[in-house]
Design a protein around this ligand. Structure first.
Ligand SMILES: [Zn+2]
Length: 227
């Protein structure tokens, strides 16, 4: 089901045919709570948006609250404007609607960055657990925000000045295969890499680091496929 035509027209009238976010011309009337999340076809759930604000909204459930607040605010502005026009019979400067493209940034993902320094006495397991716990906590406190992980490493050098085996494995195998699916980008001294798919927000409660030998083997496989 979609909005009934009469609801669409009511929503557009309430908005002065403008986007609730940036006040550019509205392209369509959107569901604040998605149909797939059992959002209704009532006026309470309707928000006219322009095409670019709709792209930024991207049907993201975490932005619904913000869209509703901005819609309510804008509908009040339009209501006051209409009352002014009716009362004075004039369309004056005060009633001219300005487009505010800056307000679109409110719908953009800000992203959450966390920074971890691995110290000389930290083991592979220590570091892996802290990194994974940070992802878990970030998802809990800032659900579905894009996560950026910055890792710095003190010490852990081999006699040739490269990273010791543990920190090499952490930055290659562990970061690429265990961490990357759950974040948007990882920065570490050896490898900075972007997740080509969308970040997975279903983060398991526990991290099992059981098969250290297997991960060593996988590390070798990665090396083989390195360009
Ligand atoms: Zn807009």
């Amino acid at each position: 089901m979609a909005f009934p035509e009469s609801t669409k027209i009511e929503a557009l009238n309430n908005s002065a045919f403008r986007c609730c976010i940036c006040h550019d011309l509205a392209a369509d009337v959107h569901h604040i709570i998605l149909k797939s999340k059992k959002g209704s076809d009532l006026i309470e759930n309707a928000a006219p948006l322009c095409a670019s604000c709709h792209d930024l909204f991207g049907d993201n459930p975490t932005k619904s609250k913000k869209i509703r607040q901005m819609r309510d605010y804008w509908w009040n502005v339009v209501k006051a404007r209409n009352e002014f026009i009716v009362k004075t019979g004039r369309v004056e400067e005060q009633t001219y609607i300005e487009i505010d493209p800056n307000s679109r940034h409110l719908l953009k993902n800000q992203g959450i960055a966390f920074y971890h320094i691995i110290l000389p006495h930290d083991t592979f397991e220590d570091a892996a657990r802290v990194i994974f716990a940070s992802i878990y906590k970030t998802q809990k406190n800032y659900p579905n925000q894009e996560r950026y992980v910055f890792i710095d490493i003190e010490g852990h050098k081999n006699k040739n000045g490269g990273f010791d085996h543990d920190m090499y494995e952490l930055q290659s195998y562990f970061n690429l295969h265990v961490v990357l699916p759950f974040v948007t980008r990882i920065y570490s001294p050896l490898i900075s890499v972007q997740n080509r798919y969308s970040q997975n927000n279903n983060i398991p409660d526990n991290l099992e680091i059981s098969n250290h030998e297997e991960s060593k083997m996988l590390t070798k496989d990665i090396l083989r496929f390195k360009p």
